[in-house]
Design a protein around this ligand. Structure first.
Ligand SMILES: N[C@@H](CCC(=O)N[C@@H](CS)C(=O)NCC(=O)O)C(=O)O
Length: 205
């Protein structure tokens, strides 16, 4: 199986999950700044022009972070990345969808790509500020879910890899004042061997 990724992008969370389960995978590195995601070779893999994408050994292509995380969890049940309890499983997906859909795509994307949200260059700073607010408010909501637990669902799950990639962005770029338990979760994630390996491989350590 292959993971198509860009260094430090949201694909980092999927890279971490592949390491967590000890999957046998190859990495295909793409350079966003060089326009690799819009090149015909990559659009043939993922016509959406986004990472992450995964190609399974039979050629099946999977896209969308929550779908990839669900696939990895389902194919490596021994890793318990999604609980077998239906309520906890639903809560796990709820957290993933919120982090990916709101904190990342509604919040951080406004900070990084304001022009996608408003074609008016004069609105760039306002869009960025709005994105930072959505991002910070989102982390505050996730903080309430985390509470005093080590991981979002109590035990480590796919939701922690989602929280990890947005907190990695917070520490590297957005720099909003995150709640103490969110920062502690980031430190806890950074100490995991699967995360350390992904960071070194992506040239982020
Ligand atoms: N809904 C997609 C979003 C993926 C996404 O936005 N990926 C970003 C990197 S974090 C990307 O590929 N951006 C390239 C672009 O928008 O040109 C998912 O959850 O996988």
């Amino acid at each position: 199986m292959k993971l198509y990724y860009a260094s430090g992008a949201c694909s980092l969370g999927i890279h971490v999950l592949l390491n967590e389960v000890g999957a046998d995978y190859e990495l295909v590195k793409l350079d966003m700044r060089a326009g690799d995601l819009q090149k015909p070779e990559y659009l043939a893999v993922n016509p959406k022009g986004k990472v992450p994408a995964m190609m399974l050994d039979d050629g099946t292509i999977l896209t969308e972070w929550p779908a990839l995380a669900t696939y990895i969890a389902a194919t490596h049940p021994q890793a318990h990345l999604i609980s077998s309890d239906p309520v906890i499983a639903a809560r796990t997906l709820e957290a993933v969808m919120y982090i990916n859909g709101t904190v990342h795509l509604a919040g951080f994307s406004r900070v990084m790509r304001p022009a996608v949200f408003s074609p008016n260059p004069e609105e760039k700073d306002a869009v960025r500020m709005q994105g930072k607010k959505i991002f910070g408010d989102g982390l505050a909501l996730v903080s309430a879910t985390l509470g005093d637990q080590d991981y979002l669902m109590g035990d480590f799950s796919v939701a922690d890899a989602a929280l990890f990639y947005v907190t990695f962005w917070n520490n590297a770029v957005a720099k909003v004042e995150a709640p103490a338990n969110i920062n502690a979760h980031y430190d806890r994630m950074m100490a995991r061997p699967a995360v350390q390996r992904a960071m070194v491989t992506e040239g982020l350590a």
